[in-house]
Design a protein around this ligand. Structure first.
Ligand code: SF4
Length: 651
């Protein structure tokens, strides 16, 4: 149990090999240090996996965690987390999802669910409060994600009562290395944990419950939430751009700033970008916008595909299945996005591997029949990848790193640590380039700190200078880590920028701030080093710590929440170092560091060596990218973690 509100105080552990069901203990001190979500998951993985293991090893864990705000009707707080060792990177991965599963898990009385082992038979798990049952999944095996969920719903004792579900599709069953997990129409997309479920012979988990969640300071909490929702609805990003155009609204600004990855990251501009823009999507295909539960932003596009209303693509999918393969057919992207979801595959990794395969073919390095701009066979290819039919599809299902090992071309294989990059071309947003390189889960824009929001997609600081970028990367990484751990959607953090800065991009103040950002590196580094100077609350711009405080009874503020994020980021790093990662893995494909994006702009490449050196210093890591022993102590990370990365004598 926990003395804190916002938690149920219980974690359920299920061993599929032995079918043993047990409680997994954590203390309130650990809740204070690791909060929830991906950080708590990292702690559980750290405590249980102390050596390099294969992602498909039965010992790999699937750790599904909620945060203290989940289920408490804070804005955008239905998001839950799934972590484990990734088949794509071999390192820790975490993936965030907006389906109902997390809230239902909490309603069943659990803050987290740990699944280990491997079932002999194909099964799904049914959880109803304290009752856990293993059920045969033969009739579900081979089914696509939506059909599986419909069938599971119909099999419930009361089919009218919506059950929380996570499921995999054929891609997960067939161990495609970037298979995802779906909950409703939402995906825990990145890192291939769908294949981990497949390797465990686990098709799905359903959950239903009747427990309530305590809020410690209910009146204060409700008043804050009301104001928070009002603010988000008025903010130009969360109240206008995201509801109106979704993330797809970024296509045009990315084109304007040379950030729109085109032809396998060989350029940042696509002549026909308008055909795949958020504006055209809204005009021609949008049925309505929708959102995850308890979300006032509603960034999701609902579009019609073959007469059926389905979830539309995000910016990353549009960019990578559009400009990055020289495709301007938006209708095809909507269809592929739907197909990839149904078959259970990460759209980003599929698309990134596809563009790489096209370039290999163009260069005569792999005769695979795939050509830039030629899209007539992509539907068939998506099916073949999910079912692993034929050699070309098989390799595409392995991801771009394994393809590059087989056919060459690593210098233009768009991945970091094995995970494919998102659609932001980093040579025109060098801070984002650093973020990609050092991100714990691989080529991820969000885990990399999303510096691009300062470099053209929110504010307009100099895109090409490395100045200040390392400090901001750390600041944003830590904050996003903590916000996610609390249970909120990361889009709520966009509202940290005062509305006038976004609404008036040419005002004197905005232009001054844009100019000042690169020179603020030292000040931000100081705040990173001593978050105590940030012991304040910003109830309007960044209400997350206050909301968590009122819900739980913990005493958090901006600085303390950031410190939790820093702890989480470092713990993930320590796990990755334990799993064999080195500083050499904090890299980018050579194309992005050595070749200019614009021939007449010598700064249009990522000065990674310089950025990395500053970033390691700002983070308090040594030259090999390892958290120093003093940092480990300062962050109150597990006492044995220094020994994990420095050897037994470290303690
Ligand atoms: S902003 Fe979008 S992704 Fe975030 S909770 Fe709302 S609908 Fe879901």
């Amino acid at each position: 149990m926990s003395k804190y509100g916002g938690y149920q105080g219980k974690i359920l552990k299920i061993d599929l090999s032995t079918r043993n069901i047990s409680d997994y203990e954590i203390t309130d001190s650990e809740r204070e240090l690791y909060l929830g979500g991906k950080i708590l998951a990292a702690k559980i993985i750290y405590d249980n996996i102390k050596r390099k293991i294969d992602a498909f090893d039965p010992e790999n864990l699937l750790v599904i965690t909620t945060g203290p705000l989940n289920g408490l009707l804070a804005p955008c707080s239905s998001r839950f987390n799934i972590s484990g060792i990734s088949p794509l990177t071999g390192l820790l991965t975490s993936s965030n999802c907006g389906g109902t599963f997390g809230m239902k898990l909490k309603a069943a009385g659990y803050d987290a669910l740990i699944v280990t082992g491997k079932s002999k038979e194909r099964i799904y798990i049914e959880i109803n409060d304290d009752k856990v049952e293993f059920k045969n999944a033969d009739s579900l095996w081979g089914k696509e994600c939506m059909a599986t969920q419909e069938e599971l719903q119909n099999m419930q004792a009361n089919p009218k009562l919506k059950t929380g579900k996570i499921v995999i599709g054929p891609a997960g069953e067939n161990l495609v290395r970037y298979a995802c997990i779906l909950s409703d129409e939402r995906a825990a997309g990145r890192g291939g944990l769908g294949a981990v479920m497949g390797a465990k012979n686990l098709k799905a988990i359903t959950v239903q419950g009747t427990h309530k969640i305590e809020v410690k300071e209910k009146e204060k909490y409700q008043a804050l939430i009301k104001k928070w929702i009002e603010y988000l609805r008025k903010h130009p990003l969360t109240g206008n751009q995201l509801p109106r155009l979704g993330t797809a609204g970024l296509i045009a600004p990315m084109q304007a700033k040379n950030i729109l990855s085109t032809k396998n990251f060989s350029s940042g501009r696509f002549d026909k970008f308008e055909s795949v823009s958020g504006e055209v999507l809204a005009e021609k295909y949008l049925v309505k916008n929708s959102g995850c539960i308890s979300c006032p932003i509603h960034c999701t596009r609902v579009v019609s595909v073959n007469g059926k209303n389905v979830k539309g693509p995000e910016l990353e999918t549009l960019g990578l299945l559009g400009p990055n393969i020289l495709n301007d057919n938006l209708e095809a992207i909507l269809r592929w996005n739907y197909l990839l979801d149904e078959l259970g595959m990460d759209t980003i990794s599929f698309a990134g591997t596809l563009s790489f395969a096209m370039e290999l073919n163009e260069k005569g390095m792999w005769d695979n029949g795939l050509e830039f701009g030629k899209i007539d066979k992509i539907d068939e290819l998506i099916h073949d990848v999910a079912y692993r039919n034929g050699e070309v599809a098989y390799y595409i299902g392995e991801g771009s790193r394994i393809v590059s090992k087989k056919f060459g071309g690593s210098e233009f294989a768009g991945n970091v640590k094995g995970m494919e990059l998102a659609a932001y071309e980093p040579r025109a947003a060098v801070g984002q380039g650093l973020g990609y390189a050092v991100s714990n889960r691989g080529g991820c824009h969000l885990n990399g700190g999303y510096n691009v929001i300062l470099e053209g997609l929110g504010l307009s600081a100099n895109q090409y200078t490395p100045k200040g970028k390392a400090s901001f990367t750390m600041m944003f990484q830590d904050l996003m880590e903590a916000v996610s751990a609390g249970g909120s959607c990361l889009f709520t953090t966009y509202a940290i920028f005062p509305p006038s800065l976004i609404e008036k991009p040419n005002s004197k103040l905005t232009r001054f701030i844009n100019k000042a950002i690169p020179h603020l590196g030292s000040a931000v580094a100081l705040a990173n080093r001593f978050p105590g100077i940030l012991s304040l609350n910003l109830p309007t711009l960044f209400p997350h710590p206050l909301a968590i405080s009122y819900a739980t009874g913990m005493k958090l503020n901006f600085g303390k929440l950031k410190r939790i994020g820093e702890r989480g980021y470092n713990l993930e790093r320590i796990i990755n170092l334990t799993l064999g990662m080195t500083c050499e893995d904090d890299s980018l494909p050579k194309r992005l560091t050595d070749e200019r994006q614009q021939p007449d702009n010598k700064r249009s490449k990522v000065p990674l060596k310089k950025l990395k050196k500053t970033y390691y210093r700002v983070r308090g890591w040594d030259k090999l990218g390892r958290p120093t022993k003093s940092l480990i102590r300062r962050l109150r990370l597990p006492k044995d973690s220094a020994a994990q990365i420095y050897g037994a004598k470290a303690n």
